[in-house]
Design a protein around this ligand. Structure first.
Ligand SMILES: *Cc1c(COP(=O)(O)O)cnc(C)c1O
Length: 227
């Protein structure tokens, strides 16, 4: 059997410090074999993130049922049905149409599917997401049609900062997202405690993200080795 590359010491250190700060660690296992996932599962990790639908579906079928699967990639409407039966949290919803599609398959599976809205905070065209105005417009539409959308639940925001050495820039992008999250929590989502997740921070920038107010980080290469 091949030796896996999982760094359990890093996992243990991160897990402790995140727990103390109320931050959920999502272990991003994309491209990594199920053996690597099991190594962390046996150590106690339960939240795992994937960003390809096919890969997620295959792994889910092979791994323990109590894993909380986070879908962190860009989700196409025609793939929602494949993950709807089991997905724990969809991180990157970026259109009302997708929200409706998730609701439809939530209903078909007799469950409520939790999602985050992806905010575009980086100044790179390659990263998906909506600007603040689009986020607010989507939330208005959602509130207006809430009765019809009872099988999907907006639980917070997610974003990715620009990939740059300029930590000041990364920080200001995360602060922007965090401010929007806090504002929505006391306005549009006042009295709705489930609106509680601010998902930002990856291997390279999680410390900045947590300082800026993140309470969920998505970490891959630091735990599983480079891809
Ligand atoms: C791959 C990925 C991560 C993890 O990236 P690392 O740099 O390996 O920690 C986090 N979020 C998203 C959306 C990703 O696609």
């Amino acid at each position: 059997m091949e030796e896996n590359m999982v760094d359990k010491n890093t996992w243990e250190t991160l897990r402790r410090s995140f727990k103390a700060r109320g931050v959920t660690l999502v272990a991003v296992s994309k491209t990594k074999p199920v053996g690597d996932i099991m190594a962390l599962y046996e150590a106690g990790q339960r939240d795992f993130g994937e960003n390809y639908v096919q890969e997620l579906v295959e792994k889910q079928a092979l791994l323990p049922a109590d894993i909380r699967w986070h879908y962190i990639g860009h989700l196409q409407s025609n793939k929602v049905k494949l993950i709807a039966p089991f997905v724990y949290l969809i991180h990157a919803v970026d259109s009302y149409r997708l929200l409706e599609e998730i609701n439809k398959y939530g209903a078909k599976n007799n469950r409520v599917i939790d999602i985050l809205l992806q905010v575009h905070i980086a100044d790179e065209d390659t990263k998906f997401g909506m600007d603040d105005k689009e986020i607010r417009a989507l939330i208005d539409s959602y509130r207006f049609n809430e009765d019809a959308l009872s099988h999907v639940r907006i639980c917070g925001l997610m974003g990715m900062a620009t990939n740059t050495e300029d930590t000041g820039k990364v920080r200001s992008e995360f602060v922007h997202l965090s401010d929007l999250f806090k504002t929505l929590a006391i306005t549009s989502f006042a009295g709705r405690p489930y609106f509680s997740v601010c998902s930002m921070g990856m291997s390279a920038d999680y410390n900045i993200a947590i300082d800026a107010g993140s309470n969920m980080v998505r970490i891959g290469s630091l735990l599983f080795g480079s891809r």
